[in-house]
Structures are given as C-alpha cells and as structure tokens.
Write a protein that binds this ligand. Structure first.
Ligand code: SF4
Length: 302
C-alpha cells in the first residue's frame, strides 16, 4: 500500500513538474520521498531559487507561507492546512503593533516561526541558524525580539551589547526539556556529546555541549569525533541523524518530544495534495510585499 502510494506520488510529481520540500521533523516516509529536506533557513533559500512552478511544502503553515512570500509567482501547497505552530501563534499582529507604538525607536527581529502578518510588521526575520548574526549585524542597538523567549535569551547572551525586549512565546515541544532529564541522559551516556536546539529553556542550553539549529546538528554529527549524541530537539530529527550517520548513536533527550503539527502530513495527504492541487497558500499582496523584505534580509545574512 505504502509502496503504491509512493509510486503514485512520484508519478504525479513528474506530471505536474512539482518539487517536494520537507522539514527535518517530518515523519520518515515523508522525509524519504522529499526532493529536499532541511531546516527553515535551508528550505527558505532553496524555495527562492527553484525553477519548479509548483512547490509542495511538507512542514507547518508558517514555512509554506515563507516559501510563498519568497516565490509569490509559484503555486505553494500545504497538504494539511491545520498543520500550524503554537509558537508562531503566540504573538498577534495587534500585540506587535502595540509594542511598536510603545517602543518606536526599536527595530523588530522576528524568528521565522511567525505568521506572515507578523513578518510583514518586522524589520528583519531570523532562523535559529542565523539569529545571533542577524541581531549582531542589525543597525540598531534597540531590538524587539519575537516570538521565542528561549532563542531570544540565547541571542542576548551572545550579543550582550544590544538592548533587547524579548517576547514571552515558546515552543511547547522544546519547552518540555528539563534539567533532570539532561542529568539522567548524561548519566546513562557519559561519553555522549549533548547537542540541543536554541528553543530549549536556558538551563538546558547552559548545560549542553553545542547549541545548534537542525542543520547545525547534522553538520556537527558528521564532523565531530564523538560517536554518541544526546539530541535535544523534536524527535523526528533522530531519523535523519541516524540515516546519515549509520555508525553513530543518537539518543533523544528525555521522552515524548514530539510536535503533533509536524506529524500531521502523511503520504496519503501528500498524494491528495498533488492530485487535487490542495491546499494552496494564499496571502494578501500587501502582506507578501511587506514580509518579503524582512525575509530577504534574513536570507542575505545566511
Ligand atoms: S516544533 Fe515547536 S516551533 Fe516547531 S512547528 Fe512544532 S510547535 Fe512550532
């Protein structure tokens, strides 16, 4: 059955001239069938330069919106429209407008995990891979950072010369990591390197060996001499780490670090998406134009 679906998807993809992009947290069958797999920054960059007129984005809504903003002339499909992100939903347009009014001299840096409307109100976006560089290079000392408080804390630690107001949003998956889990994991695997995502709480970041985006984790796993790794991010990441490093060992930090939204797209949804061209991401032209500047500045930092 799965084999048939995979064949059908490949056939439809060919007929439609489509490309399938998938985030590193997607379920294994989606990771396996994707043309390109990556983190937010990699996928944003790739979507901008693709020749294909049709992009099927296997991720969550803000990621498909980002692809649409960077390539408005293309048809961008999100196979399950309900695949959202509670972190992106943690700040509304009105809340950000109120902050801007209160602090008119501050520039707004928004993590890419935000709605298209919030991006449109931001001076620049960032990903976990380039947040420190984006803030460091910004031509303002005064910064409003939205929406992730843990990423904001980490950036502030790395760029102490900046005055930052940090929004109190968080990713419910990464927020669950706690110090006790980290201690137990280190006791169980004392030789392992601890690699964690900057959306984790400060006490996890402070007690880890490396703080990395998912793309950074893949690079580190390949280059490090370590053979064992404790991984502090959404569990879907372990599949790709193991696949690309079959002789190394990866252990999730604690249990149940699963993003339900990232698991919503299954092979059948991808098949229906290609067959019926659904669900098309549609954004107001004003929002696209305003958000594109913030995203282009993010991509330019690299
Ligand atoms: S892992 Fe967290 S930040 Fe990423 S999509 Fe899920 S809820 Fe949003």
């Amino acid at each position: 059955m799965e084999k048939d679906l995979v064949l059908e998807i490949k056939k439809l993809k060919q007929e439609r001239g489509a490309v399938i992009l998938a985030h590193n947290y997607q379920i294994p069958p989606i990771q396996d069938i994707a043309d390109l797999l990556g983190d937010s920054l990699e996928l944003a960059k790739v979507s901008r330069n693709l020749k294909n007129k049709l992009i099927v984005f296997c991720g969550v809504k803000f990621m498909a919106e980002t692809a649409k903003i960077l390539s408005p002339e293309k048809l961008v499909l999100l196979p399950v429209m309900e695949a959202g992100c509670p972190l992106a939903d943690s700040i509304s347009v009105d809340e950000l407008k109120a902050l801007r009014r209160k602090y008119p001299d501050y520039k707004v840096v928004s993590y890419v995990n935000s709605s298209a409307e919030v991006k449109a109100l931001s001076d620049v976006c960032c990903t976990s891979a380039n947040a420190v560089e984006v803030v460091r290079k910004l031509d303002s000392r005064h910064i409003i950072f939205t929406p992730d408080k843990n990423l904001g804390w980490w950036v502030k630690n790395n760029v102490p010369e900046k005055d930052m107001i940090i929004w109190e949003g968080f990713c419910p998956v990464h927020e669950k990591f706690d110090y006790q889990e980290l201690k137990e994991a280190r006791d169980a695997h004392p030789e392992a390197e601890v690699i964690v995502h900057p959306e984790c709480p400060p006490e996890i970041l402070e007690n880890s060996d490396c703080i990395l985006s998912t793309a950074g984790m893949l690079k580190r796993a390949k280059e490090s001499k370590a053979e064992n790794f404790i991984v502090g991010t959404e569990e879907g990441m372990i599949y790709r780490l193991k696949k690309e490093n079959p002789h190394k060992h990866f252990y999730s930090l604690g249990k149940n670090k699963i993003c339900e939204d990232m698991k919503k797209i299954e092979l059948n949804d991808l098949y229906l998406s290609l067959r019926d061209k659904k669900y098309a991401v549609s954004l107001d032209e004003r929002i696209i134009n305003a958000a594109r500047g913030a995203l282009e500045r993010m991509v330019a930092v690299g």
